[in-house]
Ligand binder design. Structure first.
Ligand code: C5P
Length: 240
């Protein structure tokens, strides 16, 4: 993905053309499957992909890696400006690799430490504002599938199609349980359910960019659907 664009002196021309690039947003709570669905949909349509949660995780990882205090806003915002991030997606199983300044840091972003740091940074308005520009930079022809919590409400309010993907908390806990078991990690279903419910509450109740469906979003409940069925359903909505 190109990083350093030179748009000459007429930035307005660039902005006008960027706004015509179609965007599909997929928002929803943790574990709803939005990441997998977004990657598969992007692959199907030949669109770019943005996993916005990863940007928050990357900043958290940067802070830990460079031993920057999370409340040292100046340094965090400086990192935000200079980091070069690239997503590499694999259509078959929806795998995403994340490259920062030429280094693959995907596995390091999945830690609980990064998730916690990300959710702390996500509550900080200057960080959200700095990431806004970064996220707009992913809007490139022929199109973009962007997933997260506020893609349809704040980042791309003019998206062509907005999906709000949900699943019951128990179903999401069961999916996570199965995923962990596959990795040989044992966890209690009750604990996972409690964690998911706590995270839902935090995301929905925070003052800045809370998780909520955009007024014009289509709600899709994936509780009783397979991944393939959800992709098929959303692809049909795109073609409508
Ligand atoms: O989606 P993921 O779990 O990777 O997101 C990491 C953190 O970033 C979450 O705690 C979530 O609240 C936050 N986030 C956000 N806005 C987004 C995407 C993620 O606040 N658009």
């Amino acid at each position: 993905m190109p990083r350093n664009w030179d748009f000459g002196s007429d930035k307005r021309l660039f902005q006008m053309s960027r706004e015509t690039v179609p965007v599909i947003t997929i928002d929803g709570p943790a574990g709803s499957g939005k990441g997998t669905i977004a990657v598969k949909l992007a692959s199907l349509l030949g669109y770019h992909y943005l996993g916005s949660g990863t940007l928050y995780r990357v900043l958290a990882w940067f802070s830990l890696h460079h031993q920057v205090e999370a409340d040292d806003l100046e340094s965090v915002l400086g990192m935000c400006e200079t980091m070069q991030i690239r997503f590499e997606t694999f259509g078959e199983d929806g795998e995403v690799r994340v490259w920062i300044d030429g280094q693959d840091i995907s596995d390091r972003l999945r830690t609980e430490e990064c998730a916690l740091g990300a959710s702390r940074l996500a509550m900080c308005q200057p960080v959200r504002e700095a990431l806004l520009e970064k996220q707009h930079g992913f809007r490139m022809a022929p199109g973009l599938v962007a997933e997260g919590r506020d893609m349809g409400t704040v980042v791309f309010p003019d998206a062509r199609l907005k999906i709000y993907l949900t699943a019951s908390a128990m179903e999401r806990a069961q999916r996570r349980h199965k995923q962990l078991r596959k990795q040989g990690i044992s966890a209690s279903l009750d604990d996972l359910l409690a964690e998911i419910e706590a995270r839902d509450a935090r995301d929905k109740e925070r003052a800045i960019s809370p998780l909520r469906p955009a007024d014009d979003a289509v709600r899709v409940d994936s509780t009783n659907l397979t991944i393939a069925q959800v992709v098929q359903h959303v692809a049909a909505l795109v073609n409508n």
